[in-house]
Design a protein around this ligand. Structure first.
Ligand code: GTR
Length: 315
């Protein structure tokens, strides 16, 4: 009986949007897109459904972005980082210490600058639908506690595939290795790299804390994440259905933010309980000062300069 009901419910979907996420089942981004799908299905009387492929089943972020541009994947929940080399304007949200904290980041992405950056996606075969939280990112490694910028010297860190992050790590005196997320665990384990950088939920859910026992809360990045849709898939929808998709994505944001706040706490507890050494009394100023080199190199056009000014002016 149950399976017959499931089959008939599934077959009512006229349109099934395939959505990609690198994170596992139960992760806030995965659950938020599932919730978005539920809202969409209900509001379209069961016509439009979303199927979330979690755990990088459809590939690593850089590849899934290309697939989404081509229309092979309909929806994609990704960090803004891997977009930096494709959409210049996204760099402003990937600059170290650009946001003063989560509240500032929310005010920016919910406001005019957020809208401007989302609009840039349409020049790259994508439709920007919503921003999700990505916490603040800090360095972890397998070698030693990093208690000052001097301790960064010579360590090898994985970064997301973006030139901004390569230059950020270089400016701190360490060596950057851009790698897909899925390769980080084994690369630390085998000593190919010494560590990486990420937020509490990713550090925990990826298991990286099992192989990198030192986590230094320098909080160098707050990179928002995005939910984007393939322009090709978007164009197949009627204007009314496009509006339903856009609204459901927007409505999933507060749900995501709540899930995120809960998961940050739970992940921190789990990592601390596992005995990871947390260095949280670090002097961030030398880290911030070193980032001038990154701004000088990447914020060169008038467009990016004025976006940076606008972000800083947001209260
Ligand atoms: C996570 C983010 C992912 C991915 C990953 C990474 O925090 O949610 O989308 O970008 O970091 O470091 O590759």
């Amino acid at each position: 009986m149950a399976s017959a009901a499931m089959v008939s419910a599934a077959s009512a979907c006229e349109i099934t949007l395939r959505s990609s996420d690198t994170h596992p089942e139960g992760y806030p981004t995965v659950v938020a897109v599932e919730k978005m799908g539920e809202m969409l299905e209900e509001r379209s009387d069961g016509r439009i459904c979303v199927e979330v492929f979690h755990s990088a089943q459809l590939g690593e972020e850089k590849d899934t972005i290309e697939q989404t541009q081509l229309g092979v994947i309909d929806l994609n929940r990704v960090s803004l980082g891997p977009f930096n080399n494709i959409i210049e304007e996204t760099k402003v949200f990937s600059l170290p210490y650009i946001f003063r904290g989560t509240d500032h980041m929310h005010a920016v992405v919910d406001g005019e600058v957020g809208e401007k950056i989302l609009n840039e996606f349409q020049n790259h075969q994508l439709v920007g639908l919503a921003y999700y939280d990505g916490g603040s990112r800090s360095f972890y490694n397998s070698q030693k506690p990093i208690t000052s910028i001097e301790d960064m010297e010579g360590l090898k860190f994985r970064v997301m595939q973006s030139d901004v992050f390569v230059d950020m790590v270089d400016a701190l005196g360490a060596n950057a290795t851009p790698l897909p997320y899925g390769e980080v665990y084994s690369s630390i384990q085998t000593g190919v790299i010494d560590g990486a950088e990420n937020n509490w939920p990713s550090f925990e859910s990826s298991g990286h804390y099992e192989v990198a026992g030192y986590y230094t809360l320098d909080q160098h990045l707050i990179v928002p994440e995005v939910l984007v849709m393939s322009q090709a898939s978007w164009n197949k929808l009627s204007p009314e259905d496009q509006e339903l998709v856009r609204q459901a994505a927007k409505d999933s944001v507060p749900i995501m933010r709540e899930l995120w706040a809960e998961r940050e706490k739970a992940s921190e507890e789990k990592v601390r309980a596992a005995g990871v050494e947390i260095i949280d009394d670090i002097d961030k100023q030398p880290f911030m000062d070193a980032m001038n080199a990154v701004y000088d190199k990447h914020v060169t056009s008038e467009k990016l300069k004025s976006l940076v000014d606008e972000i800083r002016a947001v209260q």
